[in-house]
Design a protein around this ligand. Sequence first.
Ligand code: AMP
Length: 498
Amino acid sequence: MTSSFSNLSLAEPLARAVAEMGYESMTPIQAQAIPVVLTGQDVMGAAQTGTGKTAAFSLPLLQRLLKHENSSTSPARHPVRALVLLPTRELADQVAQQIALYAKYTKLRSTVVFGGMDMKPQTLELKKGVEVLVATPGRLLDHIEAKNAVLNQVEYVVLDEADRMLDIGFLPDLQRILSYLPKQRTTLLFSATFSPEIKRLASSYLQNPITIEVARPNETASTVEQRFYSANDDDKRRAIHQVLKTRGIKQAFIFVNSKLGCARLARSLEREGLKTAALHGDKSQDERLKALEAFKKGEVDLLVCTDVAARGLDIKDVPAVFNFDVPFNAEDYVHRIGRTGRAGASGLAVTLVSGSDARLVADIEKLIKKKIELEAVEYDEDQPRGRINDGRRAWREAGETGDGRDALGAAPRRERERDYRGGREGREPRDQHRGFRPAPVSRDPFFEKPYEPSSAEAAPAWEAAAKSPTRSGISANIKPKRKVAALFKAVQPETSTQ
Ligand code: AMP
């Protein structure tokens, strides 16, 4: 369902800003949520990133705040009226930029605070007074403790990507922040999925919320072709090479479950001739931005990332997503593959399943309510087994480590799990960011542009890599079947359960 913004009777400054953004019609979440938020009711919205949910909550919120707009220079006349909480710095920055665009013809002020940056410039902005404050929880608590942010006049609070905030472990911080807010307020909660934890959070902090679901929770986009290939750890990189080649895919995200595995896999793929960058929580803000920028420019073909690191990226329509590791949390599967097949574009999501992943795959099956068929990859003769183009050094490093690591050098599952669950990725312990170099994020044009595939005509690196002389053979674990290309032709893309 889409409809025109003109049906909304938005105030002229907001309507003008929307027109300038070039939006022709509302997205489904906007069509459903904006009228409800305009009435001041609490909302529990199931919507993934990329659905237009930022405008869905910020336009009506700004409209309702217009009664407070004034040109006074006195900070006291610009108390925080709306608080938008997000799990990651990148996401906070993107949302703040969008809000600033929607509010540009109003006198309402907005700013963003997140960790990894010097607190001083943020403090100055807060002290000047802002009506809309976008924040990540850890840094906001810093500012509350330093008395830079006073929240006793907040009328609206938005918990965006709430499931992710809980995953990261922000619940105690959220509870503290919410305790500073007036009881009389409107609360909007957005989450990609409605897990029991999210429902508990909603029942504690929302009052008679209207539930809005644009795609049913836990549903995957029908435009994403989902494939599950059986591949043991030794063969996973080879499977990636094969699928990239067979499908002619130029760029992809590769998801792994741990920071350690992320760095290792990126290094291995790079050694094998693929232009690869790693994106995980231990990378500085600067390094993350550089990796993303390189991906957007087409200088990098593969972005190997952990769930949390990828969460905040406004990168849409990536041609393919690989799950190198089956995610521990089935909901992460939905998030991961949501990177591809957006906005009607078709996408490919490939999950590489090893023998020990049966339970995780069953969890995904249950969540997405689709039967998962495991397929075999049949490799071209020129696709080498195991480690590729890497000669004896790689085999020595990875083959028989004797320390329980697999042939990719990835840590055993128990270790990976610990890294993931106990990990601080995306989390903002307040003293963790002291070492980050401040990056001029709010002025970084990177986040202002959606992802566009590189216009470079050059053949992707793996094609060159595949042409180079390598050892060949079929994995002993895979029974020769049809060629991958034949498999893809033979099977229609799956459709989602509508
Ligand atoms: P979001 O899900 O809020 O992160 O939005 C995803 C992207 O969709 C952003 O780049 C928005 O600028 C864009 N967008 C939001 N609403 C619309 C709309 N009605 N029409 C076209 N693009 C939109």
